[in-house]
Ligand binder design. Structure first.
Ligand code: S0N
Length: 266
């Protein structure tokens, strides 16, 4: 596959996948998701690869979710190709691929991890963050949600109260705060992030591949019921994107004006 939105490298048993749209803070569009799935599938099929690093290009952002500029008049993302998906993005498929690839995935969070971009690091096996990184969900601010792994699995990690706070208030959290919540494994100075992720990947690649694989499958099995919630949530999201309420969130963000959800009450 010709890669435009993603950089994909393999060396010494480690695959490195970089979301490469720094001009939009590494927001993803349909093509980005397709390329990410392709890259993860390649790492999955390559028996020489024992660990994967997911990161973002540039210093500003890891990923800030769906590219709001790619959303069409119907509310969903503009996309005609691929497998087809309710919201116009194969995000659910990507989530499944990151979860099910039988090799640990390390998120190296180099900046903003917001919205759907935050969900990506939540799903990864491990997260190492630059001390400058910022984390958070924005769905209710922009007329969107990820009510599957992005909320239910998040709650398993940080606890119900904290997960509800993260989604209902849409605040941003520092890397250190996220480490205290158990949402980040390690915080390093920004200029040491790539090396820190590489060192952890190297340690994993030295281990028994079968033991690592079975452990990952075992961790996954315990939370696999969330997949059904995810499917329901994405179906609901597809319907919601086509409403005036959701479009108000998207339009306010694009027009850089305060959002007005008051008219949708009552
Ligand atoms: C990242 C934020 C906090 C940065 O704020 P800051 O520093 O004030 O910079 P800005 O001027 O706001 O942004 C800099 C430039 O980057 C562009 N930009 C930022 N985010 C996006 C985006 N998502 N899409 C397109 N462009 C983006 C800005 O427009 C600006 O460029 P210029 O100056 O040229 O206009 C701040 O930007 C922020 O909060 N961004 C919004 C992030 C967002 O709302 N993401 C989608 C959120 N969705 C959800 O939370 C739930 C949905 C979900 O998880 C999901 C599930 C399935 C499928 C898709 C999604 C999905 O993410 O939509």
């Amino acid at each position: 596959m010709e890669l435009k939105d993603v950089q994909y490298e393999k060396a010494n048993g480690i695959a490195k996948i970089t979301i490469n749209r720094p001009e939009v803070y590494n927001a993803f569009r349909a093509r980005t998701i397709e390329e990410l799935i392709w890259s993860f599938r390649d790492a999955w099929d390559d028996n020489r690869i024992g660990a994967v690093i997911l990161t973002g290009a540039g210093e500003k952002a890891f990923c800030v979710g769906g590219d709001q500029k790619e959303k069409g008049d119907e509310g969903g993302y503009d996309y005609q190709g691929g497998l087809g998906g309710g919201i116009g993005l194969e995000v659910e498929n990507l989530h499944q691929t990151i979860r099910n690839i039988p090799k640990p995935v390390i998120a190296a969070v180099n900046g903003f991890a917001i919205g759907g971009g935050h969900v990506l690091h939540v799903i990864c096996d491990l997260t190492i963050a630059a001390d400058t990184a910022k984390f958070g969900q924005t769905g209710p601010k922009v007329g969107s949600f990820d009510a599957g792994f992005g909320s239910a699995y998040l709650a398993r990690i940080v606890g119900e109260k904290k997960a509800r706070e993260i989604w209902y208030l849409c605040e941003k959290y520092s890397a250190e705060e996220c480490k205290e919540m158990g949402l980040v494994n390690k915080v390093v100075p920004a200029n040491e992030l790539a090396q820190a992720a590489q060192e952890w990947a190297e340690k994993i690649v030295e281990k028994s591949p079968t033991a690592i694989k079975v452990l990952k499958l075992s961790f996954n099995a315990d939370s696999q019921n969330i997949q059904g919630i995810s499917q329901l949530a994405m179906s609901n999201l597809a319907l919601f994107y086509n409403t005036a309420e959701s479009k108000e969130g998207k339009n306010a963000f694009l027009e850089k004006r305060p959002v007005d959800f008051k008219k949708f009450r009552g």
